[in-house]
Design a binder for this molecule. Structure first.
Ligand code: PLP
Length: 388
């Protein structure tokens, strides 16, 4: 067999490999605390599960429109109006099996040999993978601990050039929990006026998981870039629905037909019952979301304080998502070596910062989507391992 050249450029998401390894060790009888995978440890709220069950019972078994059922697209538009205060045409909403396909499609749509795509580093690993797969050149936007893993608009703008086709922004961010401040977004948008052909993908999958009463600032609320902005969000994190596979994007009008074709070519449509469950998620009571976010907030305090108490660790307080990204340089270990040691010797699954790009060296990602009890035990184990 002779595989296509492009297959050499496909990266991966290490969290899935660590999850498999952690599960394997657990199956062998090891006591493993998993702070590796980025998914809420809660069940999907009952009213949403019931809506999915009802949809199946009512016969929603067939294909749906490739871009999603109109009822769900309308519900997404209403939700965006409610939480972002921005009016959106439901025809620009495209329903996807999760958040991921949107980043893949955006890279396929704008990436090709000679094109540059800018992406956060450390950042969600699929950005770099999809950029390379599309044949484009990935240009990292370095995120710095000193600024709470926000970004510097000046640094971003200094790298934009005539080859730049797409700029990927993610706030609140994986793996750092960093939140970009409004002043930086204002500056970025103002600077991008000089580059009207650069498209922007704003990955806002953690838009509802923000702390300290900070509002989520959406790039969708900037009229100057509306005609070239792709907004990515979804149900996975907000409603603990990672396994349902449901996400959405708002695309510029000019791209809607093309992205719908990508859907037709790729997966035809999202599971019909899942889409009806998605409507209930958006339109039903939001108390469970509030409860989950409050629980994450409590765990954030525990994990950040706990990590800072471990000699060799230094951890900034994340403003959103459910990840802590401590600096581990003081331990003398590289990120990969410490990841391995923690899993094998302490039974704690975490992810090396380098799994999120070269700028992640010297850091580990701890997902605190786990109980306070497990987080405390994991912290104790990390402390003991490093002290020994
Ligand atoms: N974007 C970011 C930043 C993420 O962290 C994730 C999942 O971890 C996704 C998108 C993908 O979400 P989904 O599971 O809905 O595809």
């Amino acid at each position: 067999m002779k595989l296509a050249q492009r297959m050499q450029h496909l990266g991966t998401e290490t969290a899935f490999e660590v999850l498999a390894r952690a599960n394997q060790l657990a199956a062998e009888g090891r006591d493993i605390i998993n702070l590796g995978i980025g998914q809420p440890d809660f069940q999907t709220p009952g009213n949403i599960v019931e809506a999915g069950r009802r949809a199946l019972a009512q016969g929603h078994h067939g294909y749906t429109p490739a871009n999603g059922i109109p009822e769900l697209r309308a519900a997404v538009a209403a939700d965006i109006e409610k939480y972002r205060g921005v009016g959106v045409d439901p025809d620009q909403v495209v329903i996807q099996p999760g958040g991921k396909p949107t980043m893949f499609y955006a890279c396929l749509m704008f990436g090709e040999a000679g094109a540059e795509i800018m992406y956060p580093n450390p950042g969600f690993p699929i950005y770099e993978s999809a950029i390379r797969f599309a044949g484009a050149t990935p240009v990292p936007i370095a995120l710095h601990e000193e600024t709470g893993f926000s970004f510097s608009a000046d640094e971003v703008l200094a790298k934009v050039n005539e080859r730049t086709r797409l700029l990927i922004i993610n706030s609140p961010a994986n793996p750092t929990g960093g939140v970009v401040q409004q002043a930086e977004l204002d500056k970025l948008v103002a600077g991008l006026e000089q580059w009207p052909e650069v498209a922007i993908l704003s990955d806002e999958i953690y838009s509802r998981i923000v702390y300290d009463n900070q509002p989520h600032i959406s790039l969708l609320s900037y009229p100057a870039i509306r005609d070239r902005l792709i907004l990515l969000d979804g149900w996975s994190k907000t409603y603990a629905m990672t396994g349902w596979r449901l996400g959405y994007a708002v695309w510029p009008q000019a791209c809607v037909e093309q992205v719908t074709r990508l859907c037709v070519n790729d997966h035809s449509c999202v599971n019909a019952a899942t889409q009806w469950a998605g409507i209930e998620a958006l339109e039903g009571p939001q108390d469970d979301v509030d409860r989950m976010v409050a629980a994450f907030d409590e765990r954030r305090e525990v994990i950040v304080d706990g990590l800072n108490a471990i000699p060799g660790f230094r951890c900034v307080r994340p403003g959103g998502a459910f990840y802590a990204f401590p600096n581990i340089e003081g331990t003398g270990y590289s990120a990969q070596v410490l990841q391995e040691k923690l899993l094998n010797d302490a039974g704690v699954a975490v992810i090396a910062g380098t799994s999120f790009g070269a700028y992640g060296e010297g850091y580990l990602r701890f997902s605190y989507a786990n109980s306070v009890e497990n987080i405390r035990s994991a912290l104790a184990r990390v402390g003991e391992l490093l002290a020994s």
